[in-house]
Design a protein around this ligand. Structure first.
Ligand code: SF4
Length: 484
């Protein structure tokens, strides 16, 4: 029996591997007679290339392969293990020669190995999604470059995720073996690069570090978990990582300080609605834009992952009135803009009825990523948890600090708690003015989506009138209208 050699180029290409495997199967080349060559290597036994065989006569039949194997193979091919092509061909050979249920045998050494490769690729892909940090290209508008060192050949696999997530930016991700660029329209892949080709640091990094230091909770530090979730090999990609040794070293002292503080009797009762409004310090320049860009890469809670993009606030930076909703909905998640879905349209109707120009308002949400449950093809809104609201609160506080509105209107209980504190009770406190610690005034009303959830007819009209009645308080701040 002759021996043959084959090279898959590029080594992670499903199409290239599939073409080679199909040719081998059609000519009956057994796995032990096929050398899968690595880049830059020649066949030790001078086996001729498989491609020199003529295409086999087609009998019109396709080779039936389980879908689960195709999926597993496309993941395994991204692994850097030089034996993966041979492993997959051996498995394919066994499947088409009678072991159709091969993948259902978890004790089989080939299956075990392939599963382990697939898992490693998925883990590496997850880490890339979490730890890529874009840095602004000096002198260019809206252009960003990130340097990343994945363990496996995952750039092609993960790039569509970044294209969806950062659709409005021009960006490139450089790695030692592959690069990808996005011009706002399409992805273009290229050869590997050097770290020196990526910017080292930009102004936003200080913001990231301040933000991270603010939200780091020493009482919840678990270094073993931290190293599992954020292995030190990724630290070089993360601006906040430079803080970690100090934060970890000082965590014990800070926890002790917290205990000592808790032991002291409170000297005065802090009024519930007077909450400190302090966000992360911001860098110079147009800080709202900087915050928006930094929030686009936020990973402080798990909501970023299934969502399409961060939906940051929008409106004039000197707006006198800020609206805070709960979280973006389906339309907002897809468009990247707040209050553009059905609830936003109802809000527009109410503002119009009151003669308030929406373009004078700053509109944002307490939580910047869409939380949902998937039911079939639908994505159903799911209320954010307190942990999500708390994780996202520094962004909201930073927006308040930057816009410095005279009035904040909270739509719904989650927004009200994020602004006025956890003791806020919408049923009890709805429509009442509150004064924040810095003098900003605000009140809460129902969320327009609550109005839409009421039964169509009299109940919904009544709910709408309630929203309208509360918003009437705004008239003097947002434009034309009456004084309260
Ligand atoms: S919801 Fe907020 S805290 Fe969570 S990832 Fe998104 S921006 Fe970050």
């Amino acid at each position: 029996m002759s021996r043959w050699s084959v090279r898959v180029d590029p080594a992670w290409s499903v199409q290239a591997w599939r073409d080679a495997a199909r040719l081998g199967l059609q000519h009956g080349v057994a796995p032990e007679h096929l050398d899968w060559l690595q880049e830059g290597h020649a066949s030790l036994l001078d086996a001729p290339p498989l491609a020199s065989l003529p295409p086999a006569e087609s009998d019109g039949k396709t080779i039936p392969v389980p879908k689960s194997f195709v999926e597993l193979a496309s993941t395994c091919l991204c692994h850097s293990d030089p034996q993966r092509h041979a492993l997959l061909y051996r498995m394919l050979w066994r499947i088409v020669h009678g072991e159709r249920d091969l993948l259902t045998n978890p004790a089989d050494p080939d299956v075990l190995r392939a599963m382990a490769l697939g898992q490693a690729v998925r883990r590496d892909s997850h880490k890339m999604k979490a730890f890529v940090r874009f840095r602004e290209v000096p002198g260019e508008d809206n252009a960003f470059i990130a340097w990343f060192e994945p363990e496996h050949h995952i750039v092609d696999r993960v790039a569509p995720f970044f294209a969806r997530r950062f659709a409005g930016m021009r960006w490139a991700i450089l790695t030692p073996t592959r690069s990808v660029r996005w011009d706002g329209q399409e992805l273009a892949f290229g050869p590997g690069s050097k770290q020196a080709d990526a910017p080292v640091e930009d102004a936003r990094e200080e913001l990231w570090r301040t933000y991270y230091a603010n939200i780091f909770n020493p009482a919840r530090l678990n270094t073993r978990m931290m190293q599992q979730e954020m292995p030190t090999r990724y630290w070089k990609h993360l601006p906040e990582a430079s803080l970690l040794p100090t934060l970890v070293r000082d965590a014990g002292d800070r926890v002790q300080e917290m205990h000592d503080r808790e032991a002291q009797a409170p000297q005065r009762r802090i009024p519930e609605q007077h909450i400190p409004l302090r966000g992360p310090a911001t860098a110079n320049g147009d800080s709202l834009d900087e915050l928006r860009t930094a929030a686009a890469g936020c990973r402080r809670c798990p909501l970023w992952e299934p969502a399409t993009q961060t939906v940051f606030g929008e409106g004039p930076r000197d707006a006198q009135v800020m609206f805070v909703g709960e979280q973006p909905g389906d339309s907002e998640d897809l468009s990247g803009h707040p209050f553009v879905g059905p609830a936003g349209q109802l809000l527009n109707r109410a503002l119009q009825a009151l003669g308030i120009d929406r373009s004078t308002l700053y509109l944002t949400n307490a939580v910047k990523h869409f939380r949902y449950e998937r039911r079939g093809k639908k994505r159903i809104h799911s209320k954010p948890q307190v942990t999500h609201i708390n994780a996202c609160r520094p962004w909201l506080l930073a927006e308040i600090e930057q816009v410095s509105p005279k009035v904040i209107v909270c739509l719904g209980a989650s927004a009200a708690r994020a602004v006025f504190g956890p003791g806020f009770n919408l049923g009890r406190d709805r429509g009442r003015w509150h004064t924040l610690e810095d003098g900003t005034r605000g009140f809460a009303t129902v969320h327009p989506s609550w109005v839409l959830r009421q039964p169509v007819g009299a109940a919904q009209e009544e709910a709408y009138r309630l929203l309208l009645g509360d918003l009437e308080r705004l008239s003097t701040h947002a434009g034309n209208g009456r004084t309260e």
